[in-house]
Design a protein around this ligand. Structure first.
Ligand SMILES: *Cc1c(COP(=O)(O)O)cnc(C)c1O
Length: 453
């Protein structure tokens, strides 16, 4: 076993293809349904929203899909990303476990999201699209797409959840720096936005509403498409560069994970690190425990229902089968904005139903505590979302200490927290509390799920 701290792959070892888990699933994914007819949708139903190649990837059963040259050329700016062995953290925890983390904060936008923003912008440009409309919560996805849009000459309009728009001016400024237009959502620019503002002029917004606005804009104009930063099959697939690289890097280390940990908002960074290993397992390789970590205040995998639901509040999207808290559910305002979505990726939901992954949830103060411990040992300040993976990895390492077993733990450190210093300041000042979701609201949101016959 290697005694190195950092495992770096040469540029030439950048993956040539993404990995598509759909090729190895023992049971296929349930179909996506048309909200009107409740019949499976076809590619033409999605054509107003996405370029043809992304629709093809969404339903493809091919195991490997080639990464286009121009996308690899941009990936090379920060990929392959480094894999680290967390030796100082291991020492602080006095654990016999070996902890590795894949560091995705090295991208220009500071998270894993450019891994899909770049190919999405590329395929749109190839299809002659001039403008992309999208939503963003805390701003990580909006800034990643703004970055990718700038490189491919595509105009990007971002509907940003109004509370975040007001609270996170620097993320907004970053999007504008890359040339995107950022609009507080709900806005007066769309029917969906106007309908909500008519009822409540000071509405704080939600991801579900912002998605409705962006989808509406794309559906109504010929030169504009829509892009989503998580949840969809093709998005999860683009993120598999993370796990594919980690596999090679662990081979350099002479190691293989017993446990893989990732945080889950819509499921993309988790799938990115875990699916290549899960695929190897499904093809007869070594079994790995895979742990999905979500916030206790927005617990779609641990408390949601596995059911058909809409992806947005205005019900403009198709129906997908997923773990959901209901499209009308509004999670409390905890600090990991990237994890505040009512649903979960259909692929992640499906593998949970098949018993291939384990979900756990943590409250925010435990996450920030773990984030501080990580920053004070490893030196890197994780995003509040990433802290969910950090706390669960630490917990696994502590279990190893207690049982005296030397397991190998791999987790995805999906982004840095440099734009989230207010949250860290609040935590260090003792001002953060653990927020609970409202159980009555959850029951109502679940009761309102569409009935699918
Ligand atoms: C967006 C985001 C998430 C949540 O999205 P996933 O699709 O679940 O990965 C988590 N961490 C960071 C840093 C993000 O930007």
């Amino acid at each position: 076993m290697s005694d190195a701290v950092k495992f770096v792959l040469d540029e030439s070892r950048l993956p040539r293809s993404w990995y598509n888990l759909q090729a190895d699933l023992p049971v296929p994914l349930p179909p996506v349904l048309h909200p009107g007819t409740q019949k499976p949708i076809g590619p033409s139903d999605l054509a107003p929203l996405f370029p043809e190649e992304l629709i093809r990837q969404e339903v493809s059963l091919e195991r490997e899909i080639e990464i286009p040259g121009p996308v690899r050329d941009i990936y090379r700016q920060w990929r392959p990303s480094p894999l680290y062995r967390a030796r100082r953290l291991e020492k602080a925890l006095q654990t016999p476990a070996r902890i590795y983390y894949k560091w995705e904060g090295v991208s220009p936008a500071g998270s894993h999201k450019p891994n899909t923003a770049v190919p999405q912008a590329f395929y749109n440009r190839e299809a002659g699209i001039r403008r992309i409309a999208t939503e963003t919560g805390a701003g990580q996805w909006g800034s990643s797409l703004a970055f990718a849009g700038a490189l491919f000459g595509i105009d990007v309009t971002v509907y940003m959840v109004r509370v975040s728009y007001n609270q996170k001016p620097y993320r907004r400024a970053l999007m504008e720096t890359w040339g995107a237009r950022c609009v507080a959502s709900p806005s007066m620019e769309t029917e969906s936005g106007r309908a909500i503002l008519a009822l409540r002029p000071d509405h704080p917004g939600s991801l579900g509403i912002a998605i409705s606005e962006a989808v509406e804009v794309a559906a109504k104009s010929d030169d504009t498409k829509y892009a989503l930063g998580s949840v969809l099959n093709h998005v999860l697939m683009h993120q598999t560069v993370i796990g594919l690289e980690a596999m090679e890097q662990l081979e350099m280390a002479g190691d293989y994970p017993d446990v893989i940990v990732g945080c889950t908002g819509g499921g993309s960074n988790f799938a990115g690190i875990a699916f290549p290993f899960l695929g190897a397992q499904l093809r007869g390789g070594r079994k790995v425990r895979i742990v999905a970590v979500e916030p206790a205040a927005c617990p779609s995998l641990t408390r949601g229902k596995y059911a058909y639901d809409y992806g947005d509040t205005a019900h403009l999207t198709p129906l997908v089968k997923m773990h959901t808290l209901g499209s009308t559910f509004t999670p409390p305002g905890f600090h990991a904005g990237g994890l505040r979505y009512h649903g979960m990726a259909p692929l992640v939901s499906h593998v949970q139903e098949l018993g291939l992954i384990e979900p756990v949830s943590f409250h925010q103060t435990a996450c920030f505590q773990a984030g501080l411990q990580f920053a004070r040992t490893e030196g890197i300040l994780p995003a509040p979302e990433a802290n969910h993976a950090v706390v669960a990895a630490i917990q696994e390492a502590v279990k190893c200490r207690e049982s005296g077993t030397a397991k190998t733990i791999l987790f995805n450190l999906c982004g840095h927290g440099h734009f989230d210093m207010q949250a860290y300041m609040d935590f260090m000042a003792g001002k953060l509390t653990d927020l609970e979701y409202d159980p009555t609201e959850l029951a109502m949101a679940l009761a309102g799920l569409p009935s699918v016959t």
